[in-house]
Design a protein. Structure first.
Length: 345
């Protein structure tokens, strides 16, 4: 009897939960567009969108329309994509490395991006032709290449990969600290520190187009290898016994997560805890199968990041907090609760 009832429950629960999450995400994005120094009614936000796609033709305040389309909507959409991407990477890396503490920055990508950004801002590398985002992206890939070299590509094993990531993070963080301490002015140091903790203040439509493509392609690749990720949970030997080309799949997934993380960090800085906490919470509600877990994590990560961006603008208004501070304040209690639950089992 149980075997008959359970699939029926699952049959309506998953689509219903995902549909509810999509609706909630749209409402959160609309709220993110509405709040700020200039408060815009939610009704105006919806009319601005429906006018744009031709469903309505309601006259709107031109200032509202300019703020919505030139600043806030692109910011909210980039935040949603970044949250989704970080959560996807966290879920994948926790399976690949068989480590509950694995998160998107475990490969040293964030530390490398920080060094690249600081090299552009403080040292002026590129003579004005290289943007902060481009420098951060280059630094992120330098760190990933360093980790790949230490681990012999995808054949280094989980422990060696984590140790190489720690080494890369320490190295690039030391370079960043040295550069800021010896070469940065007080204003440059403040700007770098604020960027390192995460901010969506400078993102616009070009950034949204790029991060959307990267996250969607990355999600498609991860979903394609979802059964392999299920097998990796039981170890490399178990995956190999099922006919999975372990080194190739590991390399593909490591490169995919590195590209997603590097893209996000180059745009918004280092935003912690989203990729660490969200997969654990979604695994508790939806189970360990990655085809479901990846989609659930993407939706939950998007919602959390947009909410964090809203909070960063409201908590000490009219000033803004770095988004990474908000996600840490929210993420630490959740993660502590997860650890406590596992301790009492």
């Amino acid at each position: 009897m149980t075997a008959v009832v359970q699939p029926t429950r699952r049959g309506w629960f998953l689509p219903g939960a995902f549909a509810l999450a999509v609706v909630l995400l749209l409402l959160v994005i609309a709220t993110g567009v509405s709040v700020g120094e200039l408060s815009i009614p939610l009704q105006s936000v919806f009319y601005a969108f429906s006018n744009k796609i031709g469903l309505t033709d309601v006259p709107l305040n031109r200032i509202y329309e300019s703020v919505i389309w030139d600043f806030r909507l692109s910011r909210a959409l980039v935040a949603a994509c970044c949250g989704a991407g970080l959560a996807i990477c966290g879920a994948v890396l926790q399976s690949l490395l068989k480590n509950a503490l694995a998160e998107p920055y475990v490969l040293g990508v964030s530390a490398g991006a920080s060094t690249g950004a600081v090299s552009v801002v403080v040292l002026g590398i590129g003579s004005g032709t290289v943007t902060l985002s481009a420098g951060a992206f280059a630094g992120a890939f330098a760190a990933f290449a360093f980790v790949a070299f230490l681990t012999n590509g995808a054949r280094g094993g989980s422990e060696r990969t984590i140790l190489a990531g720690v080494a890369a993070s320490q190295l690039f963080n030391a370079i960043t600290a040295w550069t800021v301490s010896t070469s940065a002015s007080a204003q440059q140091a403040r700007d770098v520190m604020f960027w390192l903790l995460g901010s969506f203040s400078g993102v616009r439509w070009p950034e949204f187009q790029l991060v959307l493509v990267v996250v969607l392609i990355g999600l498609a690749i991860c979903l394609y290898y979802s059964r392999a990720l299920d097998a990796f949970t039981f170890g490399d030997d178990a995956a190999a016994s099922l006919g999975i080309a372990v080194p190739w799949v590991r390399l593909m997934l490591f490169v995919t997560t590195a590209i997603i993380t590097a893209t996000i960090v180059s745009m918004a800085g280092s935003i912690g805890f989203v990729g660490l906490v969200v997969p654990h919470v979604m695994r508790f509600f939806f189970g360990p199968l990655h085809r479901t877990l990846l989609i659930a994590s993407a939706l939950a990560g998007a919602i959390l990041m947009v909410l964090a961006d809203i909070a960063s603008r409201l908590l000490i208004a009219p000033q803004s907090l770095p988004v990474g501070v908000v996600t840490a304040l929210v993420g630490v209690p959740f993660f502590a609760m997860i650890i406590y639950r596992s301790r009492t089992k």
